[in-house]
Write a new protein. Structure first.
Lengths: 440, 884, 386
């Protein structure tokens, strides 16, 4: 028990140390150059023995013959590969508790519970993930607002890429209610919000039509508003309204979790009815709806359990379900999800997921795109991240070999031009290899 | 371990890994499909015979009789000459896919469509002809929510959902009385913004209370109240009032009355026509008038009884209207000119796949079949408000229809296929179909033939032959007008079977399980009409094996004969052959003896075991006796000792001596007595003596080389002897027939015609070929003819591979040269199968034999005749210009 | 008799009809860009000639006409899972006795179990069926093929005695609810497990227990497959092995990396069971080292991987430092020799069963897919789309 405590505290120390060093490095360098590497920009062809020039956190130049300014700190990556930092599009990790027991909490935001020094972020950096969308869990009807963060930083605020990146809706019935009444409830909530909006618009219209605007009325209105704002209750109510309003006005997409195939058409029905931007997160049994997804031409997030066996309840026939295969054959585009906690297969690694897809026929280039630029597009942040292009954030991963090869390791991870992970300095990894050291 | 099997296996697995494939989509584009059918029931109007239905893009473009509908050349024709087509069945109320009822009694916001899984597999209903159903939320709450109308199959989901909000359901029957009296909302996380909902009472008592409750709710909804406590969502109630479609479940007289009054009130309140669907009434007579006035009422009758099950109906009480049978209600409704308002639903969703039967019940009391069919198709469609899409086969409607083998509601009518939006969503696959073949002439056996013969083929065998054969309902019929059918031919010597020559085959060789599948040589060879081939190698002695020339050759017998050849050098050849035969005979003799001995031994053994049992039993008794005697002896001894002790006491030290002597005497006495006992025992033993175990006969050494000879010497298989010239033939006959009395078939006997008498005398069969007609010093010898004339059993062989195809041709030439047609035919069929004792299964067309036959365009061996088709083991392996 | 006569024909054919199509049917030639023999060597290119479900020739080039030919990229021996539960899981939970040496997994195999297909499709052709860890002495393990006709699939009915030298049999034996339970199962802790093992073996020594199986074990005729994960369980196993002089094999061995030297000198093989990659905790809260396989390999401990998805495991083993060839060994010849069936399977050599896995790339890359799997000369699985 005692030793355990010790161990824990020691790990803290390490993490702290790591962060310190990184931040120190960060101070030191302003311009950074990565030379001699095989660059995989994901968009466009590979660049053999190329150079990436980085200045204040952005990519300044990419190419073969780029003169490295004297003041720049140079990372010689010859013999190595450089690819854009990978993007985790849907994860409930990195925060304290994913699911709220209250089924209707649009006013919550994950930002309030993200823990910058959670192991999740270490693990992300270790495996070359530089951006992560932290999303409320799958078992809350309206689960709250997600956020997109970089995986490195001391405080939440300097990690955030996009606050209120989406509103999580779950079509999986919450315990105790049937699918029908769950959907009915959800629809009611959305309908209310819609009605509110139309009502307000009419109000405004009326206000505009009023030629003579009498001050008292206005002030009264203001008073009312402020009065409302007083009560705590009203606040969260307002927040909730606000969240749904922004959803319906298209400012914020809905991240919809579909548990089974029948939820997919349901989701599309809601989209058509309430006109909002959807991001579909599919449970593994949604594969029957692949054609439907393809018709809609929107990319979806595949379940982390991409390959599994099922026995058909009617024919008693055993069949191997391979999600990437099915969706590709249906012509649907998708990105990967990694398991939040480890499995013996390794589905908690993004590179493993991509490799699996390639094993079942996906071209490697596409798989790499899915890990990076496609995910960025899905989250609507492809202007900033997802590829190695001039002007984009310098979120880079230096690999010891081909990205999807089993013996390839992440050597260095760079977020916004700052080195945030060095394998050689990864004490935890060394400890994994030689636990003996743990004793002393 | 044939590879083809591997591949098949792989294929299977492949299939197993493939996606769950959806129903094959026949038409999604503008391709026109023409369904030409024997009879078509449009649903609402009278049936059309010899009808055509043109379908494109899943919709009906044209319907009419063959005469007035022009089928475009581009159209894909579906010929269903003796089929009856009816509209896909529509069921006006089910609860498919609805798991459980909500706690609350009033959930108007709930929609059944939200609980319906479009991806689930409803093939069992589709297979029963049901294409469209209404789905209701909840079964036992007062206001369970909104129903929906969906199709049960099809890939295009947008086409499958016909009505999202079909009607608001109200349940006045007793079911809704059992809802929980108090509703306890689930206790979630309680917070300022999410307070704990209070528990509240629910309307679930008497019918009166429920009606009152509903009145209140509708009033409130109409008055535009908003639901504060979240008891009932007035908004949804308002919406459904707007839509104006209601569905009320009411059984008893009282409930129906309540339902109708509530409905009329609503109509008055909103002051416009609403639609009502009244479900499961058991008594209607007193309301017929009211309903015909309302006009906008649809009635869904519950079929009540469950097919194949027996229930205990309640005896109606006195002075209470007896509940009627659904078909009685239907009848009275029809008489009240409400025939278009009646639909049928099963008592339970479990019976949905028996709708055809249940509907049949409604034809009682003389209700017209057409009317009953409407209750399954157009009526429910209009009740559900989807008559513009489904329910009848009229132009512009969806092509949802069912193909029946006969008229609906007739016993034995089967559903052949079901179509939704012009896509085949169900096809009944025939159970091991039997085939009926009709031909002008059928040669059965012994050259006899019947005219206008029919052959019924079922599971690979001939089931029946004759001029009138009763045919199973779903038999495939194949007609060969003015064609001739003969039994499949047998070639007694070929190189077929192994995709090439096989060398060094000894009698030990087992070739049977190595026959080559999918061998193109075989596929070519059998086109001549040869259905059974005998494989012969060149070595001597070697086994011959007979097999069918199917796609995967089927071994009939191995060995089917042993092949010897008289070598050209007879002086050395004959003795060596003789040696072999002698040893072989000895070998088989030893085995025959062993087998008979073994049988004898088995019997002996039985008797021995019986004896042994008897013996042991007796011995037990004996032992018991012995034990008793021993006891006696012991007692005697004890007495003696006692006596001795006494004597010792009496006599003093002086005469210890005699005492001791006495003691001795006593001892002796005991000894002697015991010895006597022993003797006695011996004598007893001698009486029951141990039976001797019979000795098991010694098993002779088994030899794979000589094993086949046993069959030969047992006369089960013949010896096939190759002998060319007269000398050789004579030697062969002498050796095989006279010395060893073996059944013998002579082959390769060019000089057979010279010694025909000898052969006839010794009952030697001759297999001729390939060359049948020889010219000896410019004189044409037609060997088969000669043999036939001497009544010598005849067979033919080609000694070829692909050439096997031409054997019948060769025989034809011999016939042309004078061989009798019958002899030729028998020589190709019966006689060889007899010689090889395969005549139990092949060689003639008789019930019970294998279905091997050849269809000829004319009489056999006519120059003009040619092979139209060949069947082996009930499967057509070759067909040319066959008219179906 | 039959086979001999077949062989005889075959010879006859070769001698007289070298080029004839005779019996082409049952000869199969596999031409691979590279053949990983399983013994650490690799032929590239390599040809393998198969007949009657056996390998009859392996060379870098074989010329035979008129035979079925398969062209593949990489060919490896059919994988061998040394600790599998396919077709017996849940069927072998005997909770009324703790000591059941006579129970045999061979008797209860459900040949149609889906798991067999799952294993086959992931390249495993031979499985060692070890009974569950509910019992202290669980019973006899057996070996079977993952595909083929049921009657032909059992390879060995009796490979050794499986015991549970761990806390599994002790778990859940304290009757929590009802102390008056009619039957309270023993043991209730680890000491109890050791004690029961000792007692049983002793009883067998002193003729108090007449189980033939136990006798064979103590006579060294049957090995003991012990499920042991923690290093102290492995230590206790050594102690018992010394006391009763049986030959142990460790199954699980999550902490075996801590006792490599001892394992090496005792030559005790380890059948590793899967752990979560990149995690430091294993079953029974064991402390696992990433790259245990590499450690065992360096210490020259005879070991193999097991527990399904062998290729995947081997791939991670390589990622964590195990040499390529060693990794292939660890899922082919390694288990074969540990299970003493290396005369039948495990490598691609003339005379061995024709069990292969054909892949479209380097077997140990995560991106490599299985093309087909052959068992006893028959392709039993072929990947769709290939």
């Amino acid at each position: 028990m005692k030793t355990k405590v010790l161990k824990l505290s020691r790990q803290w120390v390490i993490v702290a140390a790591l962060l310190l060093t990184t931040s120190v490095i960060a101070q030191a360098q302003d311009r950074l150059a990565i030379t001699g590497a095989t660059i995989i920009p994901v968009v466009g062809d590979r660049i053999e023995n190329g150079t990436i020039l980085i200045s204040d956190g952005r990519i300044e130049a990419v190419g073969k013959d780029i003169s490295v300014p004297v003041e720049a700190k140079v990372i010689d990556a010859s013999g190595h590969f450089v690819m854009p930092g990978m993007i985790n599009v849907h994860s409930a990790a990195g925060m304290s508790q994913a699911n709220e027991r209250n089924p209707n909490v649009p006013f919550l935001s994950v930002v309030d519970s993200i823990d910058p020094i959670a192991g999740f972020f270490d693990e992300s950096r270790r495996n070359g993930v530089t951006t992560a969308a932290v999303v409320p869990g799958n078992s809350t009807m309206i689960g709250g607002r997600s956020a997109i963060v970089k995986t490195a930083g001391t405080y939440v605020e300097d990690m955030i890429v996009k606050r209120d990146a989406g509103l999580k809706l779950s079509l999986a019935p919450t315990s105790g209610s049937s699918r029908m009444s769950h959907i009915a409830k959800l629809r009611q909530e959305l309908q209310k919000a819609k009605d509110r909006i139309t009502a307000d618009q009419e109000k405004e219209k009326a206000a505009d039509e009023k030629k003579v605007d009498d001050k008292e009325k206005k002030t009264e209105d203001e008073k009312e508003d402020s009065a409302d704002a007083k009560s705590n209750e009203a606040k969260s109510a307002a927040a909730a309204e606000d969240a749904l309003r922004r959803l319906l006005e298209g400012e914020m997409p809905a991240i919809i979790y579909c548990q089974t195939s029948m939820d997919v058409p349901q989701a599309f029905a809601l989209v058509d009815e309430f006109q909002f931007q959807p991001i579909l997160v599919l449970g593994r049994d949604c594969y029957k709806a692949a054609k439907l997804v393809a018709e809609r031409k929107i990319p979806v997030v595949l379940d982390s359990n991409m390959v599994y066996w099922r026995t058909d309840p009617v024919t008693r026939k055993d069949e191997k379900i391979v999600l990437p295969k099915i969706f590709r054959e249906a012509g649907a585009s998708f990105v990967f999800e990694a398991a939040d906690n480890g499995t013996t297969l390794g589905t908690h690694y993004f590179w493993y997921q991509a490799a699996t897809a390639v094993r079942y026929g996906m071209p490697e280039a596409d798989a790499l795109k899915a890990l990076t630029i496609d995910s960025a597009k899905l989250l609507g942040i492809d202007n900033a991240v997802g590829s190695i292009e001039k002007g984009k954030d310098a979120d880079l991963v230096i690999l010891t070999g081909e990205p999807l090869s089993g013996s390839t390791w992440v050597k260095t991870t760079i977020v916004a031009g700052k080195v945030v992970y060095e394998k050689s300095e990864d004490k935890e990894l060394q400890l994994l290899f030689n636990p003996e050291q743990d004793a002393n | 371990m044939s590879l083809s099997r591997c591949i098949k296996l792989a294929g299977l697995l492949l299939a197993a890994l493939a996606l769950p494939s959806f129903a094959d989509s026949t038409s999604a584009d503008d391709q026109v499909h023409a369904f030409v059918v024997g009879k078509l029931w449009p649903g609402s109007t009278a049936p059309i015979t010899n009808a055509v239905m043109l379908v494109a893009d899943g919709q009906i473009r044209q319907v009419g009789s063959l005469t007035d509908v022009k089928i475009p050349d581009s159209a894909v024709r579906h010929e269903l000459p003796n089929a009856v087509v009816v509209p896909g069945f529509v069921i006006a109320e089910t609860s498919i896919g609805i798991a459980s009822d909500d706690e609350r009694t009033l959930t108007p916001e709930v929609r059944a469509i939200d609980g319906f899984d479009l991806f689930a597999d409803y093939s069992q209903y589709v297979a029963a002809g049901i294409t469209t159903v209404q789905i209701s939320p909840g079964r036992q709450r007062l206001m369970p929510g909104q129903g929906a109308v969906v199709k049960l199959a099809g890939n295009d989901h947008s086409r499958r959902v016909l009505e999202k909000e079909e009607s608001l359901r109200l349940i006045l029957s007793s079911e809704s009385a059992n809802a929980p009296r108090i509703y306890e909302p689930p206790v979630g996380a309680v917070s300022v913004d999410n307070p704990l909902d209070p528990t509240r009472p629910q309307i679930a008592e008497s019918l009166a209370a429920r009606i009152a409750g509903l009145r209140a709710i509708f009033a409130a909804a109409k008055a535009g109240e908003v639901d504060e406590e979240g008891i009932v969502d007035f908004e949804s109630v308002r919406q459904s009032l707007k839509r104006g479609r209601f569905r009320i479940k009411a059984n008893s007289d009282a409930e129906v009355r309540a339902a109708l009054s509530l409905f009329t009130e609503l109509q008055m309140a909103v002051d416009r026509k609403l639609r009502l669907t009244l479900t499961d009434p058991t008594e209607l007579d007193s309301f017929l008038e009211q309903m015909s006035q309302l006009k906008t009422v649809g009635i869904v009758l519950n079929a009540g009884l469950r097919p194949g099950l027996v229930s205990n109906p309640t005896i109606p009480k006195k002075n209470e209207p007896a509940s009627q049978q659904p078909w009685q209600i239907a009848k009275s409704l029809i008489e009240a000119e409400l025939s278009d308002a009646v639909a049928i639903r099963p008592a339970s969703d479990a019976d949905l796949d028996e709708m055809l039967f249940l509907a049949g019940l409604f034809t009682r009391d003389g209700v017209a079949h057409a009317d009953v069919l409407k209750m399954l198709t157009s009526n429910p469609a209009s009740i559900l408000g989807v008559a513009d899409k489904v329910g009848s086969l009229n132009v512009g409607l969806d092509a949802d229809f069912v193909v029946l083998t006969g008229d609906p509601f007739e016993t034995g009518t089967l559903i052949q296929s079901t179509w939704i939006n012009g896509e085949s969503v169900y096809q009944r696959e025939p159970a091991e179909k039997s085939t009926l073949i009709e031909a002008a002439t059928v040669y059965t056996s012994g050259g006899k033939h019947i005219t206008d013969g029919r052959l019924l083929i079922g599971n690979k065998k001939i089931q029946a032959v004759g001029t009138s054969v009763s045919v199973p309902e779903d038999a495939r019929v194949k007609r060969f007008p003015n064609a001739v059918i003969v039994p499949g031919f047998l070639d007694l010597g070929t190189g077929l079977g192994f995709g090439g020559t096989v060398s060094r085959v000894t009698l030990a060789t087992k070739l049977g399980d190595r026959l080559a599948s999918d061998d193109p040589t075989i596929q070519f060879a059998r086109q001549g009409g040869i259905t059974t081939a005998v494989f012969a190698s060149t070595t001597s002695p070697s086994p011959m094996l007979a097999f069918k020339l199917g796609d995967t050759p089927r071994l009939l017998k191995e060995p089917v004969a042993i092949r010897f050849s008289m070598s050209t050098n007879l002086t050395s050849g004959v003795p060596s052959l003789k040696r072999t035969l002698t040893t072989a005979k000895a070998y088989s003799a030893s085995w025959t003896k062993y087998e008979s001995d073994l049988a004898a031994y088995k019997i002996k053994l039985k008797t021995y075991q019986a004896a042994l049992a008897k013996y042991t039993a007796m011995k037990k008794v004996a032992d018991a006796k012995k034990a008793a005697e021993d006891k006696k002896v012991a007692e005697a001894k004890a007495k003696a000792d006692a006596a001795k002790k006494a004597s010792v006491k009496k006599t003093g030290d002086a005469d210890k001596k005699d005492a001791s002597s006495a003691e001795k005497k006593a001892d002796e006495k005991t000894d002697s007595s015991s010895s006597k006992d022993k003797a006695a025992e011996e004598s007893k033993k001698s009486e029951l003596k141990v039976p001797v175990k019979p000795s098991e006969p010694k098993k002779p050494k088994s030899s794979s080389t000589y094993e086949p000879y046993r069959a030969l010497f047992a006369g089960k298989i013949p010896a096939v002897v190759k002998a060319g010239n007269v000398k050789a033939i004579k030697a062969a006959v002498k050796l095989f027939r006279e010395e060893f009395q073996l059944p013998m078939i002579l082959i390769g006997a060019d000089d057979a015609y010279r010694v025909a008498d000898l052969l006839a005398k010794n009952k030697v069969a001759v297999s001729l070929g390939p060359s049948l007609v020889r010219s000896v010093d410019n004189k044409q010898i037609n060997q088969p003819q000669v043999m036939a004339n001497h009544q010598i059993p005849l067979a033919f062989q080609s000694n070829a591979t692909t050439g096997v195809q031409q054997l019948p041709l060769a025989v034809q030439y011999s016939v042309y040269r004078g061989l009798g047609t019958t002899d030729a035919l028998i020589g190709l069929t019966e006689s060889p199968s007899k010689l090889l004792s395969l005549d139990q299964t092949i060689g003639s067309l008789e019930a019970g034999k294998d279905a091997d036959l050849v269809v000829l365009s004319g009489p056999p061996f006519e120059p003009s005749s040619q092979v139209l088709a060949v069947m082996i083991d009930g499967a057509w392996v070759y067909e040319r210009g066959a008219t179906p | 008799m039959k086979t001999t006569s077949w062989a005889m024909i075959f010879i006859a054919i070769i001698s007289s009809y070298a080029a004839s199509t005779t019996f082409a049917e049952d000869q199969v030639l596999i031409r691979a860009a590279s053949v990983h023999l399983g013994n650490g060597k690799t032929l590239s290119p390599g040809h393998v000639l198969v007949q009657d479900g056996k390998i009859i020739q392996v060379a870098d080039k074989i010329n035979v006409d008129n035979v079925q030919v398969f062209e593949v990229q990489h060919l490896i021996p059919g994988l061998i899972d040394a600790a599998a539960r396919t077709g017996i899981d849940q069927l072998d939970r005997e909770r009324t006795k703790e000591i059941t040496p006579e129970l045999s997994t061979a008797a209860i195999v459900d040949w149609n179990d889906r798991e067999f297909t799952e294993y086959l499709t992931s390249g495993t052709t031979t499985v060692h069926l070890t009974p569950g860890t509910d019992n202290v002495i669980a019973g006899l393990a057996s070996i079977a093929k993952t595909a083929g006709a049921a009657e032909t699939r059992m390879v060995s009915e009796k490979t050794g005695l499986a015991i549970s030298m761990c806390s599994d049999p002790a778990s859940g034996n304290r009757s929590r609810s009802r102390p008056d339970s009619i039957y309270i199962r023993q043991p209730t802790n680890r000491m109890g497990v050791v004690w029961m093992l000792r007692a049983t073996f002793h009883a067998s020594q002193t003729e108090k227990n007449d189980s033939a199986v136990l006798k064979d074990v103590l006579a060294g005729k049957l090995p003991v497959f012990a499920v042991s994960r923690t290093q102290y369980d492995i230590q206790s196993l050594f102690t018992l092995a010394d006391e009763f002089s049986f030959s142990p094999v460790v199954i699980g061995g999550q902490e075996s990396w801590q006792v490599t030297s001892e394992l090496a000198e005792r030559k005790v093989p380890v059948i590793l069971q899967p752990t979560t990659p990149g995690s430091s905790r294993g079953t029974e809260r064991t402390r696992v080292a990433v790259g245990m396989a590499a450690k065992l390999n360096n210490a020259a401990v005879p070991f193999c991987l097991s527990g399904g998805n062998l290729l995947n495991q081997a791939r991670f083993a390589v990622r964590y430092g195990l040499p390529h060839d060693a990794a292939i060994k660890a899922i082919t010849s390694g288990p074969a020799s540990i299970l003493k069936i290396d005369d039948k399977v495990g490598t691609i050599e003339a005379g061995k069963d024709a069990d292969f896995v054909a892949l479209n790339g380097d077997p140990l890359e995560f991106t490599t897919a299985i093309h087909w799997v052959m068992v006893n000369g028959e392709i039993q699985f072929e990947q769709a789309g290939n």
